[in-house]
Design a protein around this ligand. Structure first.
Ligand SMILES: [Zn+2]
Length: 453
C-alpha cells in the first residue's frame, strides 16, 4: 500500500467511543494509517505537510463493526419474505444450490462491500460457504473475518466434511493479511452432527482459527436439540439421520462437545437461560446479537442485557439481507435499544453512548480485535466513519450521540476509512467500481426468482 498522506480531520463532533464526545474535535492520522492524536481542534495544530480535511457538521467516530453477515447472499434481499423459519431456510438452501454459481457469490460479496462502505462499516465478519468475501475484503480494503461454513448433519459425513473444510481453509489462507482473517463455522445444530461439531472444535483450537456457530436461534432448533422433535426432525429422519435428544439446550450441547473450548462467536443466542449465559461467560465465548433478523423471523429478542451483565462479549450483527433486509448497523443499534426497552419496560437502558460502543469497541472485542480497532485512540488503526448531521432529519443536535443513533441513518455516512485509507467519500467509492456488479446482481436475482417459482 502506498504511504498515506498525513491527515488532520476536523468535525463538529468527534465521538471516540472511549470517552465523552468532543465538540469541534480533530483526529490526526499518520502516514502509517494509525491514529496519532485525538482531541479538540484547538489543541491539535496541523503538522507541517498535513492535509486538513474539515468534515463540517458531522460526527467523526470509529468505523462500525458488523460481527455477523452473509455477504454471498446479497441477491436474497426481499426474496424470502414472511416465511416460517424452516421454509425460509429450505427455500434459501434450495435456491442457492439450484440457481447460483461461484461467480454470483463473488458479485454478491462485492455488492455487500459497497453497501458496507456506504454505511460506515469498516469491519465485517462474513459467514459463508463460498468464501467469496475473502477476495472481496482484500480488494476493497475493508477489514474482516471470513468464517468458512461446514455442513453435515449425518455423522457418517463427518470425515468428508472435515476434508472439505481443511481444503477450503488452505485455499482461503492465501487471502490472510493484517486486515483479513480466516476462520471456520460449523453452521448450526440442525445441519451439523455431534461428531462434526467435535471435530471442528478440535480443528479450530489446534489451528488457532476463529470460529462462529449459529446457536440458540429458534424454537425449532431448541426442540430438535432437546427432544429430537420439532419441524426439523422429520426431514432429517427421512434422510436416514437419527434425531436423538442431544442436550438440555444448544449451549449445553456445544459445551458437552468441547466447542466452547474454541471460544466461538455464538450467533443469535435468542434462547438462553441463566445456565446457558453462565456457560457462555465462563468459556469466554462471544455473542453476535442480530436483533432485527431475530425479530423479523419471529424468533424473539435475545437476552442482551442479561448477557452483558454476565460480562459476555456481545457485538452487533445485521445477519443476511435475506432476513434483515438492511445492512445498516446504526439502524440495527437503534432497533436493538427500542426492542430491549420494550422487552424490559425500561427507558434507561442502552442509551446512545452504549449504542456507539455496541457498534464499535464491543464488536471489536467480540471478534478479538479490540487492541487494533474500535475506539479513536492514538496507536489504534485509523478505521473511521463520519456521519453528516447536516440534513433536516438529523437536526437540531442537542446530543450528538442521540442525533447519530436515533435521527441519522446509514445513508448519512460521508466518509469511511480503514487503516487511514479513505475507501468511501461523499458518494464515491475509491477502491471499486460498482457498475459491473449491477448487471451481475440483476441476472443472479432473475435466476433466483425463476428457481423459487
Ligand atoms: Zn447467519
Amino acid at each position: 500500500m502506498p504511504e498515506l498522506p498525513l491527515t488532520l480531520y476536523r468535525a463538529a463532533w468527534v465521538l471516540p467511543a472511549c470517552g465523552d464526545p468532543i465538540r469541534d474535535g480533530a483526529v490526526l492520522v499518520g502516514t502509517d494509517g494509525l491514529i496519532a492524536a485525538v482531541g479538540p481542534a484547538t489543541a491539535i495544530e496541523p503538522p507541517e505537510g498535513a492535509v486538513v480535511d474539515d468534515l463540517g457538521m458531522a460526527a467523526l467516530m470509529p468505523g462500525l463493526v458488523n460481527v455477523h453477515a452473509h455477504p454471498e447472499l446479497a441477491m436474497f434481499r426481499g426474496a424470502l419474505e414472511d416465511l416460517n423459519f424452516r421454509d425460509w431456510i429450505l427455500r434459501l438452501v434450495g435456491a442457492k444450490r439450484a440457481a447460483l454459481t461461484d461467480a454470483d457469490f463473488h458479485a454478491a460479496a462485492r455488492w455487500t462491500m459497497v453497501e458496507a462502505l456506504r454505511s460506515g462499516i469498516t469491519t465485517l465478519a462474513a459467514t459463508e460457504s463460498s468464501g467469496a468475501s475473502a477476495a472481496a475484503l482484500c480488494e476493497t480494503g475493508l477489514r474482516g473475518v471470513v468464517f468458512q461454513e461446514v455442513f453435515g448433519p449425518d455423522p457418517s459425513q463427518c470425515a468428508e466434511s472435515m476434508d472439505g473444510l481443511r481444503e477450503a481453509i488452505d485455499c482461503l489462507r492465501a487471502f490472510e493479511c493484517d486486515r483479513v482473517r480466516i476462520g471456520i463455522s460449523p453452521h448450526a445444530p440442525y445441519t451439523v452432527s455431534d461428531d462434526l461439531f467435535r471435530a471442528a472444535g478440535e480443528y479450530a483450537v489446534a489451528e488457532g482459527l476463529p470460529m462462529a456457530v449459529h446457536a440458540a436461534e429458534s424454537h425449532i432448533e431448541h426442540l430438535l436439540v432437546q427432544s429430537g422433535e420439532g419441524d426439523f426432525a422429520p426431514g432429517l429422519r427421512a434422510r436416514g439421520i437419527a434425531t436423538p435428544p442431544r442436550g438440555r439446550s444448544t449451549v449445553e450441547m456445544l459445551d458437552r462437545l468441547g466447542v466452547l473450548r474454541a471460544r466461538p462467536l455464538l450467533i443469535h443466542c435468542v434462547l438462553l437461560d441463566g445456565d446457558d449465559i453462565r456457560r457462555v461467560a465462563d468459556s469466554g465465548s462471544a455473542v453476535a446479537h442480530c436483533p432485527v433478523a431475530n425479530a423479523r423471523l419471529g424468533h424473539g429478542v435475545a437476552p442482551y442485557t442479561e448477557m452483558r451483565a454476565a460480562q459476555v462479549r456481545v457485538g452487533l450483527g445485521t445477519d443476511s439481507v435475506g432476513s434483515n433486509n438492511r445492512l445498516d448497523l446504526m439502524e440495527e443499534a437503534r432497533i436493538a435499544s427500542i426492542l430491549h426497552r420494550g422487552r424490559l419496560g425500561r427507558s434507561d437502558i442502552m442509551p446512545p453512548a452504549d449504542l456507539l460502543r455496541l457498534c464499535t469497541i464491543d464488536g471489536a472485542e467480540a471478534l478479538g480485535m479490540a487492541d487494533t480497532i474500535g475506539t479513536l485512540e492514538p496507536g489504534k488503526a485509523a478505521d473511521l466513519c463520519a456521519v453528516s448531521l447536516a440534513a433536516p432529519h438529523a437536526r437540531p443536535v442537542h446530543d450528538p450521540l442521540a442525533a447519530v443513533f436515533h435521527a441519522a441513518r446509514g445513508t448519512d455516512v460521508i466518509l469511511t476509512a480503514v487503516g487511514g485509507q479513505v475507501l468511501y467519500r461523499d458518494g464515491r467509492l475509491m477502491t471499486m467500481d460498482p457498475e459491473p456488479l449491477d448487471a451481475a446482481m440483476t441476472d443472479a436475482a432473475a435466476r433466483l426468482r425463476e428457481a423459487m417459482t
